[in-house]
Design a protein around this ligand. Structure first.
Ligand code: 13P
Length: 256
């Protein structure tokens, strides 16, 4: 953690839970986090739950993010959801460029870049996801891949907007596999990302950007991940859809 920051812990529910389960989870989460100010918590439920969940979390301090948006503001894009739509129901954040979107749905850097610009244009905060595949890591290309994702994803974005970004480093080989990057492996890439931001935008802006780690985060590995100097938060998948494990992660991240 960089001094002066609170850990930012976000749960990405992906395509899980029923609406009733999601609401019950959210009500209990809200109750459990009352008066807990040492960290920032967020959840990213499926689109169709957002309105109800935002209503439950109104004034709770818990952030709600969408899992995706389209890059265009509106138009003939059947089946898509705009940035303004998710903001209108109460979202403050949106996941952009998640590896499942990149690899399962063919999203490319230019589309991701356009989405980031659209989100920033209306003060919706992007959680911009990047990370290498196992093949790329084994070939020693992790930094090259991450740098390109950063360069292309952030192309043309005004320096003044960079502080509003959250970057999530999620090595693809660690997502849903039970294989976590070691805290040192994660910290090394986070440090590289911070270095990139420092070169491009200066030290102050670079230090203010939250860089989360994601990939098989569990209650058991939370403490050592969050203790790394360059890890400002966590993006949790599987362990965020069970209240008990998500609360354990939140607790472990609060005590440092
Ligand atoms: P897991 O925690 O299930 O590995 O998923 C990580 C992730 O993709 C969060 O966005």
């Amino acid at each position: 953690m960089i001094m002066g920051k609170k850990p930012f812990i976000v749960g990405n529910w992906k395509m899980n839970l029923t609406l009733a389960e999601g609401i019950e989870f959210t009500k209990s989460l809200k109750k459990s986090l009352q008066g807990k100010h040492e960290l920032i918590c967020g959840i990213c439920p499926p689109f169709i739950f957002l309105k109800d969940i935002c209503r439950v979390l109104e004034d709770s301090g818990i952030c709600v993010g969408a899992q995706n948006i389209h890059s265009e503001k509106n138009g003939a894009y059947t089946g898509e959801i705009s940035a303004l739509m998710v903001q209108e129901v109460g979202c403050t954040h949106v996941l952009i460029g998640h590896s499942e979107r990149r690899h399962l749905f063919g999203e490319v850097d230019s589309f991701i870049n356009a989405k980031i610009k659209t989100a920033l244009g209306i003060n919706l905060k992007p959680i911009f996801c990047i990370g290498e595949t196992l093949h790329e890591r084994e070939e020693g290309r992790t930094k090259y891949v991450v740098k390109n994702q950063l360069k292309n994803g952030l192309m043309g974005i005004d320096k003044n907007h960079i502080e509003e970004l959250v970057i999530a480093y999620e090595p693809v080989w660690a997502i849903g596999t039970g294989k976590t990057a070691s805290p040192e492996q994660a910290n090394e890439v986070h440090s590289f990302i911070r270095g990139f931001l420092t070169n491009e935008y200066g030290k102050d802006i670079a230090n203010s950007v939250y860089i989360q780690y994601g990939g098989s985060v569990k209650p058991e590995n939370t403490k050592e991940l969050i203790a790394q100097p360059e890890i400002d938060g966590l993006l949790v998948g599987g362990a965020s859809i069970k209240l008990e494990s998500f609360l354990k992660i939140i607790d472990a991240a609060s005590i440092q």
